[in-house]
Design a protein around this ligand. Structure first.
Ligand SMILES: Nc1ncnc2c1ncn2[C@@H]1O[C@H](COP(=O)(O)OP(=O)(O)OP(=O)(O)O)[C@@H](O)[C@H]1O
Length: 278
């Protein structure tokens, strides 16, 4: 278990932003962090990254209490908006961060080239970062987070501002990081997208964490000529079971006009939070 957080709390003045939050990040898995605006997700990510001090609770990595410098060396952190040094180029920015993580100069330059190719910014490698679009900045932020091959990867709304192709690539990049042994935590409001990306979900509401119990996904089946309101809602354990049911319905002579995978278990779990946005 590389990262176990227990009882983390943090207030800003009298306002409790994170209250007794606990979670475990396991190597090789991607965990989603989901909650309404103001739920405390960013504050929790900052506590986990060692970038904000907790009022109470602790973070242990490999069962050793993680003090901030040790934690920061193990963590790759991608904020929701990546602020660049605009007078530097993306290549210089990545080399600078690599050097801060004590990567040797030659290796740092090679790693920067490799990551810029991976996030499709090679063309921009040697132009000022001020020329990057918002989505391109996000991709540079991802490269920055990966530069030292962190064992723990924390990403705050990484897909925001990215175009659809970049989002698909992001999903593949996070899976590759997990397959290489990283423990990944990613916050997002885009539940369908998140569900395709993650292995587990932690819900957050009012500063508190709770594990999400996701039901099986639902399918909607509508026959030709049926009004929308009479469509059947069905649940299946997996795609195979859904496909078998569809085949049987058609074989029995039904004229199926629509067979659609519906809102995910995650979306329902989120709506069940009944949470007020703050
Ligand atoms: N630096 C700060 N000073 C004062 N209050 C803060 C500060 N940072 C966050 N808060 C408050 O703490 C609460 C949690 O904020 P946080 O940014 O962690 O939420 P979030 O879940 O990331 O929200 P969003 O989905 O909108 O990004 C909010 O009520 C916010 O107003």
């Amino acid at each position: 278990m590389p990262l176990v957080a227990t009882g983390l709390s943090r207030s800003f003045g009298k306002h409790p932003a994170v209250v007794d939050a606990s979670l475990t990040l396991t190597p090789g898995t991607i965990t989603g962090l989901v909650g309404p605006n103001g739920a405390g997700k960013t504050t929790l990510l900052l506590l986990l990254a060692g970038l904000l001090r907790a009022d109470a609770g602790q973070v242990r990595v490999d069962d050793v209490p993680a003090d901030s410098p040790a934690l920061r060396a193990a963590v790759g952190w991608m904020p929701d908006a990546f602020g660049t040094w605009d007078s530097l180029t993306p290549h210089e920015i990545l080399v600078t961060f690599a050097r801060l993580y004590a990567i040797a100069p030659n290796e740092a330059a090679a790693r920067a080239d490799e990551l810029l190719a991976e996030v499709h910014l090679s063309e921009h490698a040697h132009r000022p970062a001020s020329e990057l679009s918002r989505g391109q900045r996000q991709r540079l932020g991802l490269a920055r987070a990966l530069v030292h091959r962190p064992r723990i990867l924390l990403l705050d709304e990484p897909a925001s501002g990215m175009d659809p192709r970049s989002r698909v690539e992001l999903r593949d990049q996070l899976r590759a990081a997990a397959d290489a042994g990283a423990a990944v935590l990613v916050s997002s409001h885009i539940l369908t997208e998140l569900e395709e990306m993650v292995d587990h979900v932690v819900l957050m509401v009012g500063g508190r964490t709770r594990p999400a119990e996701l039901g099986p996904p639902g399918w909607r089946l509508r026959l030709a000529g049926q009004p929308d309101s009479t469509a059947q809602l069905l649940t299946f354990d997996d795609d195979e079971a859904a496909a078998a049911h569809l085949a049987a319905v058609i074989a029995a002579g039904a004229r199926v006009a629509e067979f659609t995978r519906m809102s995910s278990g995650l979306e329902q779990a989120y709506l069940d939070l009944h949470a007020d946005r703050t």
